[in-house]
Design a protein around this ligand. Structure first.
Ligand code: HEC
Ligand code: HEC
Ligand code: HEC
Ligand code: HEC
Length: 430
């Protein structure tokens, strides 16, 4: 079912003249009118969900009360941010573009309407796009979603587009990026998985019958896979950007596995073999977490790109032993493999059996130590948790989920052997 609906939605986009890869909200041409333009009590600022409107109309209340995005600017005035700014030699975090680009709707001055305030943090228009051309018309009777999209509303309902939107801040783009210098100054490591983070945000909408009349309903498996595909794509793109080449002797370290360096010296982890490309002991490995899980998914689904992705990952690792040009070339070559996967992997139905196969396959790969480094293990855990929730046996498997989670909960205590052994026990419980 999802296939037909997705196809229909894509056709709708084409018919309205909107291109498929919409500009991200911060680079569109519309003016951003500010949260005050949405939060009126007759608009999206009701205290409780409305029962007679097509949307909940209490989105603002959810955002201001429960959604961390409404606090993103305030965070820049916290003690932690003051310290980060001091360490980086910035006058202030809340006036620095490198912080505001992700912690607020930092559009250029000429794109800010009269009611726009930078201190609103990651507001409505940071995700839904500047309201300039649709603010008035979107609430009129008879306005279709296609009309809104044609006027520059961002297609947040589309899985690939949503993934691009979230990952712009939760991973980075060619324009904004949380470098190792920022991490070193005290910024938390960025982790992300599209489906779980969508649920945690929390949601301020319902995909009920009414929603499904207006927009495609995307099952959580497809959402998870879209996040995986886009973060693989973004990782490979970023590797080809100037970010990778730091000003100094050392390349940008946040592209590498954090815990390759950040673990105690007496905790010996190097192994001569395994699924990874062989690199000599003492090498720093690139962070290939999403690529690794994507590769497993393709293998489990019997997709014939799986082998090429596997080779690509190995080549990417080997390229770091050569030079910068080799890394760029390996990343560019692998990036070409990804676009066709959108149709093959995202735009299809997953039945119960497919989901069970995916879950068992990822657990088997984990048991064989395919995901030896922490961020890969974290992605594998989130994938399996998603699948359990979707398969509705998460309650039955709670003890296994809890045991596995305990191993990825504290990144500094992560132990790859324990992770594999626990995956093996999990398999036994299926
Ligand atoms: C403009 C940048 C930006 C975009 C776009 C964005 N986020 Fe965020 N997100 C942030 C920032 C910054 C924080 C941290 C806020 C804070 O705690 O100060 C955050 C926090 C979160 C959190 C809370 C994480 C935690 O550890 O508590 C979730 C969940 C989340 N985002 C999900 C999403 C999802 C899902 C999307 C896409 C639909 C998305 N975000 C899009 C910047 C963004
Ligand atoms: C590429 C986007 C990006 C950039 C650049 C960025 N941040 Fe963040 N920041 C995030 C996201 C996303 C989170 C939430 C991480 C999570 O919980 O998963 C976050 C979290 C934080 C937190 C922890 C908030 C909490 O609730 O625990 C602080 C503090 C912070 N950022 C400060 C800064 C400062 C100061 C700067 C500028 C030097 C900065 N950030 C630059 C995206 C970014
Ligand atoms: C971090 C990103 C993000 C922020 C911030 C955000 N939204 Fe959303 N919003 C989404 C996503 C994702 C969806 C669900 C996908 C969809 O239907 O477009 C959604 C759905 C909606 C819907 C339901 C659409 C429908 O057709 O049923 C409304 C209305 C809405 N948001 C309004 C708001 C308002 C008002 C604000 C600010 C107070 C806001 N959003 C802030 C990401 C965001
Ligand atoms: C190639 C090795 C290497 C990699 C990979 C690496 N780091 Fe670092 N990191 C360092 C070094 C070296 C320092 C400086 C330590 C010092 O000053 O004592 C550092 C410092 C830090 C600090 C500050 C620690 C302190 O003592 O003040 C944080 C936080 C940090 N890194 C986080 C990360 C994160 C998150 C990642 C992955 C996204 C990462 N690092 C990847 C080598 C690395």
């Amino acid at each position: 079912m999802v296939c037909r609906k997705l196809v229909a939605a894509c056709c709708a986009l084409l018919l309205t003249g909107a291109v498929q890869a919409a500009p991200l909200p911060d680079s569109g041409t519309n003016v951003h009118e500010g949260v005050a333009s949405c939060s009126n009590s007759v608009c999206h600022g009701k205290k409780a969900p409305s029962s007679d409107a097509p949307v909940l109309l209490n989105e603002y209340t959810t955002w201001i009360d429960e959604d961390q995005h409404s606090q993103a600017y305030a965070t820049l005035k916290s003690e932690q941010s003051v310290r980060i700014a001091q360490n980086l030699g910035l006058p202030n975090a809340h006036t620095a573009d490198i912080c505001l680009d992700c912690h607020a709707d930092n559009v250029p001055k000429d794109k800010r309407g009269d009611r726009f305030h930078i201190n609103e943090g990651v507001g409505c228009e940071a995700c839904h796009g500047g309201g300039g051309r649709w603010l008035e018309s979107h609430a009129e009777k008879g306005t279709s979603h296609a009309d809104n999209l044609a006027k520059g509303m961002y297609p947040t309902e589309q899985p690939m587009e949503r993934a691009r939107l979230c990952l712009a801040c939760h991973l980075g783009t060619e324009r904004k990026f949380a470098t190792h210098e920022i991490m070193g100054a005290g910024h938390p490591r960025l982790a992300f998985e599209l489906e779980l983070y969508t649920v945690f945000q929390p949601r301020h909408y319902e995909t009920d019958a009414d929603y499904r009349k207006r927009k495609p309903f995307i099952p959580s498996v497809n959402m998870w896979l879209a996040g995986l595909l886009v973060s693989s794509e973004r990782t490979l793109e970023l590797l080809q950007e100037d970010w990778f080449t730091k000003r100094s002797l050392v390349p940008e370290l946040s592209f590498f596995q954090c815990h390759a360096c950040h673990h105690p010296l007496d905790d010996l982890r190097w192994q001569p073999e395994g699924g990874d490309a062989a690199l000599p002991p003492g090498s720093v490995r690139l962070n290939d977490a999403s690529l690794l899980v994507l590769q497993s998914v393709l293998e489990i689904l019997g997709n014939n790109t799986a082998g090429a992705i596997r080779k690509g990952i190995n080549k990417l690792h080997q390229s770091t032993m050569q030079d910068r040009a080799a890394v760029t070339a390996a990343a560019a070559e692998m990036e070409k493999l990804l676009p066709p996967l959108e149709q093959a992997v995202i735009d299809r139905d997953y039945g119960v059996e497919d989901m069970k196969k995916l879950r068992a396959g990822i657990l088997q790969a984990a048991a064989k130590q395919r995901y030896r480094h922490f961020t890969a293990a974290e992605q594998a855990y989130m994938a399996v948790e998603n699948l359990c929730i979707e398969l509705k046996d998460d309650k039955r498997l709670q003890a296994n989920l809890d045991e596995w989670f305990a191993i990825v909960e504290k990144e500094n205590e992560f132990n790859p052997q324990q992770f594999a052994a626990s995956a093996n026990r999990f398999l036994g419980a299926l």
